[in-house]
Design a protein around this ligand. Structure first.
Ligand SMILES: [Zn+2]
Length: 186
């Protein structure tokens, strides 16, 4: 019996991509690699016309969303997203399930790298926000332009990664651990 996440994602995909897929989308079905699933989010890579793209489809409280790093896939719904969704419908078990890691599970550098890969900057910034630390104050603290920080955050959600992404996440983790509300020490 498929688990609840798989079931929810399959149903959302069936509803969202109910029509006949385009020929472009069809040509990508089944050509993905590094296929993985965390909860109700799937991601994979595919060789496109201009390099390798990272494609993802997820179902959350806001509904179904998708993203692709190709030049038209910023907000999802490109033919790669449709193809990934249909690849999942054809064979959900081909997607390797990844257990989410908790901060306290990190015991070595590999673990840290995995954690940073699984945890979005967006979610870390939300956590900081709940402690009263704004995106603006974090940017100021790191000597970074606020708009740039914002761009790093939204790009990750669209499967585009700035080189400094991991370093910023580490800074967030440090702040979460060491600073309390309004940026004062514990
Ligand atoms: Zn795309």
């Amino acid at each position: 019996m498929p688990n609840a996440d798989i079931k929810a994602l399959r149903e959302a995909i069936q509803e969202h991509w109910s029509g006949e897929p385009s020929d472009k989308a069809k040509s990508y079905i089944g050509t993905f690699f590094e296929m993985a699933r965390i909860g109700a989010r799937i991601s994979a890579k595919v060789e496109g016309n201009h390099g390798t793209y990272t494609v993802s489809v997820q179902k959350d409280e806001q509904g179904l969303s998708s993203a692709c790093s190709c030049y038209i896939g910023k907000y999802g719904n490109c033919h790669h997203c449709a193809a990934l969704a249909l690849t999942f419908l054809n064979n959900s078990s081909a997607f390797r399930e990844i257990e989410t890691m908790a901060l306290e599970d990190i015991s070595d550098l590999d673990g840290l790298q995995r954690y940073l890969g699984e945890t979005t900057l967006d979610s870390l910034l939300k956590e900081l926000r709940s402690k009263g630390i704004t995106q603006k104050s974090l940017a100021e603290c790191m000597g970074m332009n606020t708009r740039h920080l914002s761009s790093v955050r939204t790009s990750e959600l669209r499967n585009r990664y700035y080189r400094e992404l991991g370093a910023i996440k580490l800074a967030c983790l440090w702040m979460l651990e060491h600073l309390d509300r309004d940026g004062t020490k514990h």
